[in-house]
Design a binder for this molecule. Structure first.
Ligand code: NAP
Length: 446
């Protein structure tokens, strides 16, 4: 894949890229089917992605008519990288086996290894015969909604498609690699003012936050809404705060350290709760919730913004859902896309029905939502939340950082790009947006 990188760096045309032969193998971050048992009897928090993620050469698959090969310059770690590498809640090989049973092309995915990763920024180097809107040479980012567009159920909101999948999690040939295989309808233009790694960290989390808050398929936020955002400097939260501010709402950001509180203040989020400092104990023990702690949390929110949240942006799950349902305003919405701390949820239903609240499930984003969210990145209206950068060979360490909540925002991974800062094509726009905003999450030395 090095020859593709060199050609791209030297400004090769699409025709020139097309004439470079594809290699037989490529470098990829993988987990292995014969290792799914290595963490048996180990507590979830101690399962270490550094043991299960390997960077090795794997075979280049065949390309289907509706697909494209991408020379991946950079990718990112998502929490689903953590799930895949800890084999929780179930090993992803079962997803690959199910996809493998669907069709001839699906069968390619059912392998004893899983190339992981659900984000990518890079250059199209091959397209299948049915691809119309993209060609070799196009600089792209990849969103992870993997749908069969011949399935009628995918033609209203494609997230409702019966066989909707997340690329690089429920399919193989993902983004943490030098080469990725994607459907053409996963492609979006690369933001010209951003580097490869700044571009790569956005698609999954930015699109998810967009659907949860901005889209009518989510909480449909309006001007003036108070929005409580858990994990407000995390992968999702870092974009959610920006959407609330851009949309004329008032964010209340919850974080767990003074450093994260400082990032929020710099983003313009005036109402910040440091949950570590406040020491909430929403659970008396593993099965008894403590309503008095929900009440204390609600009072803290009111003392900051004078009212209860219209919307709660939920994803920690079991640890926080009871509190989220309790503190939402009468008629408010709790929009949830995850359950990091546990998916068997408990809340007091009286607070839900008597106060006419709604719990809204949300999952990634359809192509339109992802494209609209990416457009905001391209215009410099939403900033990447890249904090640290690792080389592909250290994907395990990068996933470990996210698993242990040692990071802020997103961790970028350099694949073919040998160093950070490459790939900026529109320095004028970058200057207008300002490095200070674009690099606000950047850790010293990253
Ligand atoms: P992340 O970067 O790790 O951020 C999550 C944040 O949540 C952390 O920074 C932490 O912030 C906070 N948090 C973690 N445990 C908590 C707890 N017990 N109580 C309160 N806050 C807690 O992860 P992410 O990328 O934002 O993803 C978050 C979750 O959403 C993951 O489970 C992921 O798999 C899921 N997700 C789902 C979708 C979807 O499409 N359905 C898309 C993206 C992500 P503080 O420590 O600062 O409070």
């Amino acid at each position: 894949m090095r020859s593709f990188f060199e050609a791209i760096r030297n400004g090769a045309s699409g025709d020139q890229l097309s004439s470079i032969p594809l290699p037989e193998t490529y470098r990829a971050a993988i987990v292995k089917r014969d290792e799914v048992g290595i963490f048996a009897d180990i507590q979830s928090s101690k399962k270490d992605p550094r043991r299960s993620i390997h960077v090795e050469q794997v075979s280049v698959p065949d390309i289907a008519p509706d697909e494209a090969f991408i020379a991946v310059m950079a990718s990112s770690i998502n929490f689903n990288t953590v799930w895949t590498s800890t084999f929780e809640p179930i090993p992803t090989f079962s997803f690959l086996a199910r996809l493998g049973r669907e069709s001839k092309w699906g069968a390619r995915h059912d392998l004893p290894y899983h190339v992981i990763g659900s984000d990518a920024a890079g250059v199209v180097i091959r397209t299948g015969s049915a691809v119309r809107n993209w060609k070799p040479g196009d600089k792209v980012v990849v969103h992870c909604n993997y749908v069969d567009d011949q399935d009628p159920s995918s033609h209203d909101d494609s997230m409702l498609a019966s066989n909707q999948r997340i690329w690089g999690f429920e399919s193989n040939f993902g983004g943490l690699a030098d080469l990725a295989l994607v459907k053409a309808n996963q492609l979006m233009p690369k933001p010209a003012h951003l580097s490869w790694e700044e571009s790569a960290v956005n698609p999954l989390c930015n699109s998810t936050a967009y659907r949860m808050l901005v889209s009518r398929n989510g909480a449909d936020m309006k001007q003036g809404d108070v929005v409580l955002v858990w994990g407000a400097t995390g992968g999702l939260g870092g974009y959610a705060i920006q959407y609330v501010l851009n949309g004329g709402g008032t964010p209340v950001g919850v974080v767990s350290s003074p450093k994260k509180a400082e990032i929020l203040a710099k983003m313009g989020c005036a109402a910040v709760i440091d949950r570590s400092e406040r020491g909430y104990k929403f659970w008396k023990d593993s099965s008894t919730a403590d309503e008095s702690e929900w009440r204390r949390f609600g009072k803290d929110i009111r003392s900051l913004v004078g009212e209860d949240p219209d919307i709660v942006f939920e994803h920690p799950g079991r640890a926080t859902m009871g509190a989220s349902v309790f503190v939402a305003k009468r008629g408010g919405t709790i929009v949830t896309c995850a359950a990091t701390s546990g998916y068997m949820i408990e809340y007091d239903n009286r607070h839900l029905w008597m106060k006419l609240k709604t719990i809204k499930g949300s999952h990634f984003a359809n192509y339109r939502e992802a494209y609209d969210a990416n457009r905001l990145i391209c215009k410099g209206m939403v900033q990447p939340v890249l904090s640290a950068i690792y080389p592909l060979d250290e994907s395990g360490e990068a996933a470990f950082q996210v698993h242990q909540n040692l990071h802020e925002g997103k961790i970028g991974v350099l694949c073919l790009a040998p160093e950070k800062g490459m790939g900026i094509d529109d320095p004028e726009l970058r200057e207008r947006v300002g490095d200070q905003r674009i690099e606000l999450f950047r850790n010293e030395g990253a």
